[in-house]
Write a protein that binds this ligand. Structure first.
Ligand SMILES: C[S@@+](CC[C@H](N)C(=O)[O-])C[C@H]1O[C@@H](n2cnc3c(N)ncnc32)[C@H](O)[C@@H]1O
Length: 215
């Protein structure tokens, strides 16, 4: 066992990936704490505490079949589960692509492996880079911001000029308990950059739209 693990300094992402290797994707009740907006988180399900809630994954896939995006950008691939659900929506649509970035090379390798074994690999472009450096070409129809919570505001600001005014911006982990993403979304709204709806899920999900260019 490595010293890092013995002294419990192992990154949470790596620990959860080891757990997934041991048990596979095991469905369990959501255990994030109750909030005023979501008092019964246990009514939701999750595979692990990094991957979005199963109901949010279902929402992502349905949103893709509903708005039929040509280009989806996801920040924070982790093990690739949300990327795969987004890509399943694209496959059902028969068009589009999802570009997803993961800056941790160990995590990236695991995501690449999972995605390579999936039936939707052809719809996904994986990048081993930071959301704050990644460059994408063209207009973004769906932005799913799910990287490190403190950088979400910066990342949305960074991609905003490329987001279509008819597109959708999602910011995960926006519950009142996790705070930072919720506050970032409300700040961006106050500045007149986006309009937000705060969905009351266990970890919170912002559904937003860019204001500029909206008719
Ligand atoms: C909450 S997890 C993503 C979960 C994934 N979207 C899902 O639902 O299946 C966040 C991931 O973002 C990665 N990450 C954190 N900051 C990042 C950044 N600035 N750019 C790219 N990846 C980042 C972390 O290494 C971690 O794997």
């Amino acid at each position: 066992m490595s010293l890092r693990r013995i002294f419990k300094k192992e990154k949470q992402e790596h620990r959860i990936l080891r757990q997934i290797e041991r048990t596979g994707d095991a469905l369990q009740p959501e255990y994030h704490r109750a909030t005023p907006e979501c008092p019964h988180p246990e009514r939701w399900s999750m595979f692990d505490s990094m991957t979005a809630e199963v109901e949010v994954l279902e929402f992502l896939r349905t949103l893709v079949t509903t708005i039929k995006p040509e280009l989806i950008v996801e920040t924070g691939t982790f093990s690739g589960v949300s990327t795969i659900w987004l890509a399943e929506g694209l496959k059902a649509n028969g068009r589009g692509k999802v570009i997803s970035c993961e800056f941790d090379p160990v995590v990236f390798a695991k995501a690449k492996e999972r995605i390579g074994q999936s039936a939707v690999a052809g719809w996904i472009e994986l990048r081993n880079e930071s959301s704050l450096e990644m460059k994408v070409e063209g207009k973004i129809d769906l932005l799913f911001s799910d990287s490190d919570m403190p950088v979400r505001e910066q990342e949305v600001r960074r991609f905003l000029p490329q987001v279509s005014p008819y597109g959708v911006i999602l910011m995960h982990d926006a519950s009142s308990h996790l705070k930072v993403v919720r506050e970032a979304a409300l700040k961006l709204e106050k500045e007149g950059l986006i309009s937000v709806v705060l969905l009351p899920t266990p970890r919170g999900l912002v559904v937003a739209q860019k204001r500029e260019g909206r008719k």
